[in-house]
Design a protein around this ligand. Structure first.
Ligand code: PFF
Length: 438
């Protein structure tokens, strides 16, 4: 009976499908929306340097651990933790909970993109894009409708299963995303004074170095690589055979970084070309860029392409977040995938709607001086994601005693991995966790 249940578990059709889906999870709003503005707020090129250093050394370890635990246990998050030790079940439960909470604010931004995409189709122009953004985000009906539409779009793919849904979505959306990105980079680099944007991105000013940059880079790295909520564990549990898990992790990291850099190369030359501020924060994509699109030749077409690109990126990540609780609901409670998706739709809708309304009628509703949207963003990105990752690294290093030599051929590298897993990553994560709480 047990064997029969396990045989029913879905698996990826190929290693490439898995890498594409994991890259689709990593490449999202974190790359196109968050990365450029966090970089803009943290000094440009120097931030980029620190960020690359962190992802190449530190993030590699928790990423491998998640993939390995998923691959070896072949279970959804709760079952995976339980199979290591039944006492760890609570840690496993934290994963689908984090997945649900991350999605609940991420999908609100997904809804904003739907609105901008629809508006770009009718060639919308206005005098004050900042006012448009703030009016729209305060308009409860539009925000809720767009959020639910985005949620429905993602759930639809999840409900179709791994091969017909998740793989298919990534096979269509990721190439489309890459193509549009390339097109927009060419457009941006051809604008007057585009080189100023490139200088901003690639010429570090070491006099600006501060500790806040490390924290911002670490937070950004975890968010963009989807480390912590259990996406990699869940996706890893669908791998059939993979002897080179380290190479797989590096491939995902390299793709994600290429896409983040490309997003910067698409955005900063345009921003500098129009003499706008690169550090305008979350509004960079929703205020600054539409303003630029309204002033360049063929801006209407470029704007449609940009919001489709953003939609593709957000959807492949959104789908991966949903997969964490869907796998738990369907495997633990023996629900059909469709029922699990329906239930999840209701749960996420009931949290995303108040989160979306927190820019309008619920703006006065605050906890610790944070609106519902801010609270979800803060608790998931700054607390739950690093905490989940810290717990899994401690379990992997000290309880499971995972050793680098089991998957790395190079002896020196595997020793570095062991030290990193047992000491460096936990210390860095505790630091991140502590500083994130302040
Ligand atoms: N990595 C995604 C992005 O960069 O937009 C965000 C993300 C996806 C976070 C999946 C968490 C997650 F589980």
């Amino acid at each position: 009976m047990r064997g029969l249940m396990e045989a029913k578990r879905p698996i990826w059709s190929s290693k490439i499908s898995f890498i594409l889906a994991a890259t689709g999870s990593a490449v999202g709003l974190g790359n196109i929306w968050r990365f450029p503005y966090v970089m803009g707020q943290n000094g440009g090129a120097l931030f980029l340097l620190i960020y690359i250093l962190i992802i190449a050394t530190i993030c590699f370890i928790p990423m491998i651990v998640e993939l390995l635990v998923g691959k070896t246990t072949k279970k959804e998050c709760v079952g995976a933790y339980e199979s290591i030790n039944p006492k760890f079940k609570t840690f496993g439960i934290m994963c689908p909970v984090t997945g649900i909470l991350v999605s609940s604010f991420y999908f609100v931004v997904g809804g904003w993109i739907i609105n901008y995409f629809l508006k770009s189709l009718i060639n919308f122009k206005c005098n004050d894009y900042l006012k448009y953004f703030s009016d729209f985000t305060q308009d409860g009906v539009s925000v809720c409708a767009c959020t639910l539409l985005f949620l429905f779009g993602c759930v639809f793919f999840n409900a179709r299963g791994i091969k017909k849904g998740i793989e298919f979505a990534n096979q269509v959306l990721m190439p489309l995303f890459a193509l549009l990105l390339l097109f927009l980079i060419v457009v941006s680099l051809n604008l007057p004074n585009a080189h100023l944007g490139l200088e901003y991105m690639f010429k570090p000013d070491f006099s600006k170095l501060n500790s806040q940059m490390f924290l911002a880079a670490l937070g950004q790295a975890f968010f963009t690589l989807s480390i912590g909520p259990g996406t990699l564990l869940t996706y890893g549990s669908y791998i059939k055979e993979d002897k080179s898990i380290a190479k797989t992790a590096y491939t995902i990291i390299i793709f994600d970084t290429i896409f983040a850099l490309s997003a910067g190369i698409m955005i900063f030359p345009a921003v500098f070309s129009f003499g706008l501020e690169p550090n305008s924060g979350p509004g960079l994509v929703f205020v600054t860029l539409p303003e630029i699109f309204s002033q360049i030749p063929y801006g209407e077409i470029i704007s449609v392409a940009f919001f489709i690109l953003l939609l593709c990126a957000a959807m492949t990540s959104g789908i991966s977040m949903l997969e964490i609780p869907i796998a738990t609901f369907s495997e633990r409670f023996k629900m059909t995938r469709k029922k699990a998706c329906g239930l999840l739709f209701l749960i996420i809708a009931s949290i995303s709607i108040p989160a979306g309304l927190s820019f309008g009628i619920l703006s006065g509703m605050t906890v610790f001086h944070k609106t519902i949207f801010e609270l979800l963003d803060f608790t998931t990105s700054n607390i739950m994601m690093p905490l989940n990752s810290l717990i899994l690294c401690l379990i992997a290093g000290w309880v499971m005693k995972i050793k680098g030599k089991s998957f790395l051929q190079n002896e020196k590298l595997s020793k570095l991995f062991d030290v990193g897993l047992k000491y460096v990553v936990p210390v860095v994560l505790i630091l991140l966790f502590y500083m994130g709480l302040k």
